[in-house]
Design a protein around this ligand. Sequence first.
Ligand code: NDP
Length: 328
Amino acid sequence: MFKALVMEKSGETAVPVLREVDEAGLPPGNVTVAVEYSTLNYKDGLCMGPAGGGLVKVWPHIPGVDMAGTVEASEDPRYKPGDKVLLGGWRVGEIWWGGFAQKARVKADWLVPLPHGLTTRQAMAVGTAGLTSMLAVMALEDHGLTPSKGEVLVTGAAGGVGSTAVAILARLGYQVAAVTGRPETEGYLRDLGATRIIPRADLAETVKRPLEAETWAGCIDAVGGPMLARVLGQMKYGASVAAVGLAGGAGLPASVIPFLLRGVNLLGIDSVMCPYEMRVKAWARIVTDLPHDKLDAMVEPATLADLPALGPAILKGEVKGRVVIDVN
Ligand code: NDP
């Protein structure tokens, strides 16, 4: 038996229940992982919602997009008992049982060996949010971004993706402008390396003029919606925006003018189906480019019992930085 946060169907709704689960009930897979830490992502909030956020289709369900731990048993030659591993994405925690449990059975193809230089706890402080930020930074670099080009904007800055993006960019020598709707996080964001704080309200209005002053050399956008549309019109000539999230809406009420007159690029970032080789590359960059002291400063420790309250909180934008779940 192992302990897990299980979403149980109760009438028309699904409710989180902390309970023991029989190991015999684990889904098929070729590697069994003794989970040590998980974390909380926006998507976990959705999966813990009453209808599983429309992502979960089968109950009972164990959410948790991310996990890190030790291989307990493996039928795959790439992994053996005792190996430290991490997993994020591949729709684990949505259509497959996830990391909010002391045990998980998964496919070896989804695993990444724990990078040298990180503990399982640090890996979950990074989690999918941090991996996604690193993928966004790499995409911007591939499109020519360097610190000499100017200020880089990060939206949803006090959230998980935003916090890790600010810390990585600052470490790489960028001037980072952080957009936040929570003025009380200014000190936190400056400690992570933000050089300018932009109130969310400054970018909240819908697009009125398709082109505004050329301001940003790059952007990592966790918000989407009207804010992303505004940002597109403020990008410097030839600059790129990495579109990561939709915390402010899935729509894009924008004009194509920034693409046509300023050669602005909109780069899509996906961590879920990201191929193995790129994951390994991104995790290696995380080890060197995400300072450990900044990472530690982002962490809010929690347990499985805290999750039922944390799920709604992240959906309301009330979670700061990175929640690390000690599942034991
Ligand atoms: P968080 O909730 O931790 O962060 C989101 C932040 O966005 C909040 O902290 C808040 O920042 C800001 N925000 C929230 N609501 C609004 C709003 N209505 N308008 C403007 N800003 C808002 O979530 P994550 O960092 O984990 O995820 C961020 C987004 O990225 C989510 O949409 C998530 O689904 C997506 N994502 C995508 C991935 C991919 O592979 N593409 C992977 C991981 C996440 P502040 O308080 O500073 O204003």
